[in-house]
Design a protein around this ligand. Structure first.
Ligand SMILES: Cc1cc2nc3c(=O)[nH]c(=O)nc-3n(C[C@H](O)[C@H](O)[C@H](O)COP(=O)(O)OP(=O)(O)OC[C@H]3O[C@@H](n4cnc5c(N)ncnc54)[C@H](O)[C@@H]3O)c2cc1C
Length: 393
């Protein structure tokens, strides 16, 4: 392993890999990307639902989406790796008057930034997702350019292209400490030796707070467990015979019932679905809680009745990396020169990794990122100027 580097990136998920890629495009190739697991993308990145959307409540997040989705559309050509991107849209279902009011405001904001979002009634929503029960749905929003992509493909594409340009990727290597001299970054200590560097990027996902502590910085990111379940084909004969339409929506449209946070999209011949657990407290435990499944099914069958007859083929849990206002932390830590954050994406980081990595690479390379980072600055919490993101699902 190298003994010195211009930049050391801690964490080999989509964020670390994106920063490495974008640095390499700016001529910064003396870079070491460090991942403690044997493979890249085994943290949150390898456990996520692959959803990609423009529909956010915060202008800064919408801007991240516009840039990131444009990048994902060109990814295979530009980065040279397939990412299985299907733009079959995201459909938000709204059942309360307060959600309808919030979404009306946010659709206006999204449109003002150039995003093509449709406002639908319940029948319009039902037409887009056959099999959906829209009883009680007051309104819905739909953006066709939203979709689903492969998080592993995006991470591997970024990492391989950075490696080809000269960056090193060290797996099975844990960062155990950060050296600070004269009040600025001087190096990182790892299980395979020390690397001298003046620039460290914290891309440690749900473990961002622990890596922050190594540099005596409180990074306000907490880990919350989220489950994903995979349903196979419905098993009962009754559900098939009278039903001439496909049991699951035929496209990969991603449907979110906003009030309950139940969401689903087609995954191969089956269905991927999940829901937030409002009772969950911070934990690093990713054991599947099978006793949570009945709670999810109770909500899910109201919206997608065919699920009542489906068998659950498997499930996994991963960690959301949540900040107090559900907005990420992107940029330098003012009190520790040379220490940079790309953390706290609060359950929607995969889709923002292309733009977030580009922006941080510009900052590190001394370029103007052409992006107002105020809503993503660490210092916003102390300053009390927090507007946050409301579409955390
Ligand atoms: C169930 C679930 C569903 C999700 N669905 C979506 C979705 O549909 N769309 C979306 O955009 N986002 C989604 N997300 C969120 C998304 O997965 C995350 O925001 C994103 O993956 C964060 O990427 P990351 O690179 O910051 O973190 P990670 O992928 O967790 O990478 C951090 C890496 O740092 C490594 N690391 C930590 N500490 C050290 C150390 N000391 N030394 C070396 N390495 C270290 C870890 O091993 C890990 O590999 C979902 C998340 C979950 C859990």
């Amino acid at each position: 392993m190298k003994k010195t580097a211009d930049v050391v990136i801690i964490g080999g998920g989509c964020m670390g890999a994106s920063v490495a890629y974008h640095l390499s495009r700016r001529g910064v190739t003396d870079v070491v990307l460090i991942e403690r697991e044997k493979m890249l993308a085994t943290g949150s990145t390898g456990r996520n639902a692959g959803g990609v959307r423009h529909q956010f409540s915060n202008a800064a997040n919408i801007r991240l989406s516009i840039e990131s989705i444009g990048f994902l559309e060109r990814f295979a050509d530009q980065v040279g790796h397939p990412i299985d991107f299907h733009q079959d849209g995201y459909l938000f279902l709204l059942s309360s008057s307060s959600s309808v009011e919030t979404f009306r405001r946010n659709v206006a904001l999204q449109r003002s930034l150039g995003v093509d979002v449709e406002w639908l009634d319940a029948d319009g929503a039902a037409r887009l997702a056959p099999g959906l029960n829209t009883e009680g749905v007051a309104a819905a929003t739909f953006c066709q350019r939203d979709g689903v992509a492969d998080p592993n493909g995006v991470t591997m594409g970024f990492a391989k292209a950075a490696q080809t340009a000269g960056a090193s990727v060290e797996r099975d290597t844990e960062v155990t400490g950060i050296r600070i001299e004269s009040n600025r970054i001087a190096g990182v200590e790892t299980t395979r030796g020390t690397i001298e560097t003046r620039t460290v990027v914290n891309a440690a996902g749900p473990w961002a707070r622990q890596v922050g502590r190594m540099a005596h910085v409180d990074v306000p990111v907490d880990p919350f467990r989220r489950h994903i379940f995979i349903a196979g084909e419905p098993t009962s004969a009754e559900s098939r015979i009278p039903n001439p339409i496909p049991i699951w929506p035929p496209t990969r449209i991603l449907v979110i019932d906003f009030e309950t946070t139940f969401y689903f999209h087609r995954e191969g011949a089956g269905l991927l679905f999940g829901m937030g657990d409002p009772g969950e407290t911070p934990t690093f435990d990713v054991t599947v809680q099978w006793d949570f499944l009945p709670q999810v099914i109770e909500v899910a069958v109201e919206r997608l009745p065919a699920l009542a007859d489906a068998s659950i083929s498997h499930a996994w849990a991963g960690l959301y990396e949540v900040t107090p206002d559900a907005n990420p932390l992107i940029g330098p830590v003012q009190e520790v020169p040379g220490f940079f954050l790309i953390n706290g994406f609060s359950g929607h980081g995969f889709q923002h990794s292309p733009a977030a990595g580009r922006i941080l690479a510009d900052v590190i390379a001394g370029r103007d990122p052409q992006f107002d980072l105020t809503p993503f600055a660490l210092e916003r919490f102390a300053a009390g100027s927090v507007s946050g993101e409301r579409y955390m699902v």
